[in-house]
Design a protein around this ligand. Structure first.
Ligand SMILES: Cc1ncc(COP(=O)(O)O)c(C=O)c1O
Length: 389
């Protein structure tokens, strides 16, 4: 019996998403997380690479973040006026991320991308939007098969193909002066080609559309400033989420001052957007990201994981066909969908939680020895699945 319709409110945490539809006896709900470890409702411990779907870059319950959040709760957490912390966290983000001159906080990634799209529509007086990647569940970015989304809304949204400069140019030119914005993830299974990035930037500028970079998964990982920092992208607006508050609910939209000031011409507002617990968590998180060199740690440790994935892909070619992603976010590619579920289940039986598709994430709490131990578990799980395949 579950009282939550569809088992959970977070789609990618459904048992069938994690382990495939055939798996039984898998962990379904958890009670605790710490560092890179998770305990399920039966008290069983797991090493984790799902990291709250990338929402945690320092490790679960990082002491500095917990202390900051507890202190904010004790200070009341919320009230009738915006907290000083809102301006402080905004100042840190604007100082550290070159594309940001002004920011605005919200609670979820989907909300923040929707806010960026709203601002682009106000700025340009246009309605069409082209996207590239996943941008959340809200109406503006759903495809033709999304039930419950009005056809008129769906008609305003299209997609551009990642790393395909010719077709991207074609699609942007076809949208022409109806296009308000291109919204893109900087990494989709592989890094962006410079030539594709140049086309996206040049073509949007040429027709007067805004370029919005969705850094929800990449912020605090590829660099504090995410993919824009690493790949030299010059966006008009940036959307941040997930790891900026190490798992506390906070997202942000920011960018050029004259675009951001347009918030006064529309309505972007949320009662809990400026509660101070998540803002305090974000302030502490951003300090640790800098002080502990978190992106460098994630790149090195994730690189070890990715190398290990490559070795295991070669060793277990009957089950695994390749590896996708970059050190900071990667996964194995399986011969077929049922096999991917069987590997995830075999890993979970051995105390390892691994995502079977995009993406696995390491954090500051993952060290080389943990990665090596995890790869040994994965090796054993792949051998077991190979034997029974
Ligand atoms: C790139 C990207 N954009 C937007 C979202 C939506 O964020 P949220 O689930 O916090 O609404 C996600 C979530 O996975 C994401 O990865």
């Amino acid at each position: 019996m579950t009282y939550v319709a569809g088992f959970t409110s977070t789609g990618s945490k459904r048992p069938e998403a994690l382990f495939g539809s055939g798996a039984s006896g898998m962990p379904r709900r958890m009670i605790r997380s710490s560092g890179c470890r998770v305990w399920d409702e039966a008290g069983r411990e797991y090493l984790d690479y799902i990291m709250a779907l990338g929402a945690v870059a320092l490790g679960y319950a990082h002491p500095a973040v917990v202390r900051a959040a507890v202190a904010a709760v004790e200070q009341g957490g919320i009230g009738p006026l915006p907290p000083v912390l809102e301006e402080e966290v905004a100042e840190v983000l604007c100082r550290r991320i070159s594309a940001l001159e002004r920011v605005r906080f919200l609670k979820t990634g989907a909300e923040a991308v929707a806010a960026a799209v709203r601002l682009a529509r106000v700025a340009t007086g246009r309605e069409a939007v082209l996207g590239c990647g996943y941008h959340g569940w809200l109406d503006w970015c759903q495809g033709a098969d999304a039930a419950g989304v009005p056809a008129g809304i769906r008609a305003l949204y299209g997609e551009i193909p990642f790393n395909d400069p010719a077709r991207t140019r074609e699609r942007i030119r076809a949208a022409g002066d109806r296009l308000a914005a291109v919204v893109m993830e900087p990494v989709i299974l592989r890094p962006p080609d410079p030539q594709w990035l140049a086309v996206v930037r040049e073509e949007t500028a040429r027709i007067g559309a805004l370029l919005i970079v969705d850094e929800i998964k990449t912020v605090c990982r590829l660099g504090l400033g995410g993919g824009c920092e690493r790949y030299g992208i010059k966006p008009d607006l940036v959307v941040l989420g997930k790891a900026i508050a190490n798992g506390f609910p906070l997202a942000a939209v920011g960018g050029r001052a004259e675009v951001m000031e347009l918030v006064t011409r529309t309505w972007i507002s949320s009662t809990l957007a400026t509660e101070s617990v998540a803002l305090a968590a974000a302030k502490a998180t951003l300090a640790v990201v800098d002080e502990a060199g978190v992106p460098a740690h994630i790149t090195a440790t994730g690189g070890r994981l990715l190398e290990g994935f490559r070795t295991l892909a070669a060793r277990h070619a009957g089950v695994v066909v390749g590896v996708a992603g970059i050190p900071e976010m990667c996964h194995l590619e399986y011969r077929d969908e049922p096999l991917s579920g069987r590997v995830a289940a075999a890993c979970a039986e051995r105390g390892l939680l691994l995502k079977r598709g995009a993406y696995n994430f390491v954090s500051l709490a993952h060290d080389p020895a943990t990665v090596d131990r995890s790869l040994a578990i994965l090796d054993d799980a792949l051998s077991a699945v190979s034997r029974s395949a």
